[in-house]
Write a protein that binds this ligand. Structure first.
Ligand code: SF4
Length: 363
């Protein structure tokens, strides 16, 4: 009876007991040439650690953390802009919680709070729009960060603000798109563990485009069976000696993705060049509001100057995000930089590689 219960739970999580055992065996018995696998998504990094999956891998299968944590890749200059809006333009900043403690060039939003800045933590862009509607006397700016998964909900908030006739709500955008990052990281890895939730929106076209460039990868879900299966498929297919792509998350990811989510983004936003923390400017890797929605664009509305942020030279987030070093190779990891006293965004964010290593990998 108990065995049936376990089996049913595993099946709900996307894998049968025998499939999980087979995946474990493929991984633990692999003794071929070294394989570097980049888990692009910060949630994958944390789940792989949290479920103990790293300990199942042989030495010749190396996991590399990539640039898929939205808070981590948001550049220093964005925090500087948010602090300027709060302190100099008297705006109320609505943001996801992790961004509050991310250091800017000289201040975080948390420090700005001590100087009188109004910073409110919200759980969705629509919460920020609600707040703006309920506080017409305040100018509310939502910090619009994230990948293809969060951008549609930012556009929904603009649509709602339009419907509600709000003139006190805007977005400070730093939304990112993944394909430019996939291209930029190709030399750091042999195969990508593609983010399941991004592919649920965008479909599998971007992954297939990468396959045409010779880059291997699989789409992975987030449960232990799904992650084990995806890693085992990479190991197995790598032995065939040619590039491959497999959708290992078919219960959620369809080839066409979510056309509705993409349609609302197409209505309100357009592609732009975008700066990634530590990596620099990547052409066509961001999204910004279209000119006709300038009334909802905080940079336009408050005529913000271009800011060149200054990164903390002690922080190696840029290299961590590109898989060029591990958090443990950063000289201040665990000493000057901890989740309580973070030096860089990768230690602040609940999806950051440095926080994952600190939480799960300390000796
Ligand atoms: S350990 Fe801290 S300082 Fe070093 S790369 Fe990570 S976030 Fe930056």
């Amino acid at each position: 009876m108990k065995q049936d219960g376990v089996k049913t739970m595993n099946e709900k999580q996307g894998g049968t007991q025998s499939a999980i055992e087979m995946a474990r065996r493929i991984l633990s018995e692999y003794d071929g040439k070294p394989i570097r696998i980049m888990e692009v998504c910060g949630t994958h990094t944390h789940e792989i650690f949290r479920q103990g999956i790293r300990s199942l891998l042989p030495e010749n299968v190396q996991l590399i953390s990539g640039p898929g944590c939205p808070v981590c890749v948001t550049p220093v200059s964005f925090i500087d802009e948010a602090v300027m809006l709060a302190l100099e333009k008297d705006c109320t900043i609505c943001t996801f919680g992790d961004l509050v403690r991310v250091p800017g060039s000289s201040s975080s939003l948390q420090l700005a709070r001590g100087k009188g800045a109004k910073v409110k933590v919200v759980y969705s862009p629509l919460d920020a729009e609600d707040y703006a509607r309920e506080h017409p006397e305040e100018q509310v700016v939502f910090l619009s960060v994230g990948f293809e998964t969060t951008t549609p909900s930012c556009c929904v908030a603009v649509q709602k603000a339009e419907e509600d006739g709000l003139s006190n709500f805007s977005l400070l955008t730093a939304n990112k798109t993944m394909p430019a990052a996939y291209n930029a990281m190709m030399d750091s890895t042999d195969a990508y563990l593609y983010p399941g939730h991004v592919c649920a929106v965008m479909g599998t076209k971007d992954c297939r485009d990468m396959l045409e460039k010779g880059m291997s990868g699989v789409v992975a879900g987030f449960t232990p069976p799904e992650l084990l299966t995806a890693l085992a498929v990479i190991v197995k297919k790598s032995q065939e000696g040619k590039p491959f792509f497999v959708n290992c998350y078919p219960r959620v990811v369809r080839d066409e993705g979510s056309p509705d989510a993409r349609a609302i983004v197409d209505k309100y936003m357009e592609s732009c060049d975008s700066r990634w923390r530590g990596i620099g400017m990547l052409p066509d890797s961001g999204m910004k509001l279209k000119p006709e929605y300038g009334a909802f664009d905080a940079r336009v509305k408050y005529d913000l100057p271009a800011i060149e942020g200054k990164e903390n030279k002690a922080c190696r987030c840029g290299e961590v995000l590109q898989g060029k070093c591990t958090p443990e190779q950063c000289p201040v990891y665990g000493k000057g930089c901890t989740p309580e006293h973070p030096v860089g965004a990768c230690m602040v964010s609940s999806e950051g590689a440095c926080s994952a290593f600190y939480l799960y990998n300390r000796k």
